[in-house]
Write a protein that binds this ligand. Sequence first.
Ligand SMILES: *Cc1c(COP(=O)(O)O)cnc(C)c1O
Length: 434
Amino acid sequence: MTDSSHKHPWEFDQQHVWHPYATMVNPLPVFPVASASGVRLKLHDGRELVDGMSSWWSAIHGYNHPVLNGAAHKQLAAMSHVMFGGLTHRPAVDLAALLIEITPAPLQKIFFCDSGSVSVEVAIKMAIQYWHALGQPDKKKLLTIRSGYHGDTCGAMSVCDPVKGMHQIFSGILPSHYFADAPRCGFDDPWDEQDIASLRALLAQHHGHIAAVIMEPIVQGAGGMRFYSPEYLRRTRELCDEYDVLLILDEIATGFGRTGALFACEHADIAPDIMCIGKALTGGYMTLAAALTNSRVSDGISRGGQGVFMHGPTFMANPLACAVARASIQLLLSSPWKRQIATIEAQMKEGLAPCSALPGVAEVRVLGAIGVIELSEPVDMAVIQPRFVAEGVWIRPFGKLVYTMPPFIMGQDDLSHLTGAMVRVVERYLSTRA
Ligand SMILES: *Cc1c(COP(=O)(O)O)cnc(C)c1O
């Protein structure tokens, strides 16, 4: 028996509580947060940090927002949860209606999930079950692009970048899929036809075995923070149609305005057959995700084979999460979000620019409310993390990437504090390593 009361809570944390991608033997220190409000995290020692991460893409309106608090309180008084098998409720129906209205027109059916990774699992199962129901059980492989990230569960992991993902460790149990070269044309670069050659060749050769192409539209997030040409996405849509393969777009990171469009697929003016959303869906209040699909897929699954879709999480369409999600989307749509993001984009471009000349910096890039400093070498987290905190900002690098995706509500002063701190920390870090 372990009794937490005898230990200091942070000591207990260090000895017993696993953090994301962390070790339980001499873990790096973590910073205890007492509260959060607006764009600030308040640490237990009283220090305040300007939040550059939106808690991994999600807290787009900042923290402790009165409108979202109000939606949660109101729903809590009615019910926080009921099962979704055989029952339904207004929070789910109202949120579904809103999501179907704001996502691309063909997406008319929605499946609520409890996390982003689960929505990717659901999307993959939908695609496979669709072809199975149509009498084409051979179409069960996926095709994706390198440098992708789709989550940490096994199905999702199998379509993450095979090198930077964890495929070797789990190679015995992960299904093997097809990987095309990642697009090289950046968001604003002129289109190079050669970019799509690898995807085209794999589709031409293997389409009889491929259920779906799955990719993150425009921005590849945790697999490298890469921004690619909308033309790549348009071509992918055309090729999926040509070879009769479904297209799954993972908008979990990009959805709800982050790239400057409400959904990143709008940059290419295309619609997927299945779309995953999550992260910012509840404004960062709690976990909720969804997979939306068109009538072709839902009819195919429902009229053939089993006749029912084989998935149903315990906490499906949690009313509390649905109510907050609807309030968060309404808050976003009623705000000048496009202008806010354009302003953030312009300011980040200027603010981070001094880094591009530094030796040890490979590239600085900004798209929408996403700013990335890519270094030539992976950063030493033990060294760099405390320096950001000392500068009064919360930035959480990974690998070679020092990046930010601030809450959309961040004002000019806080943003220049944030980018200034990033530039100072990176500059000092690189100069002491040289
Ligand atoms: C974060 C993320 C996921 C996984 O979502 P979780 O809620 O962490 O399971 C999947 N796809 C993309 C693109 C993501 O950024």
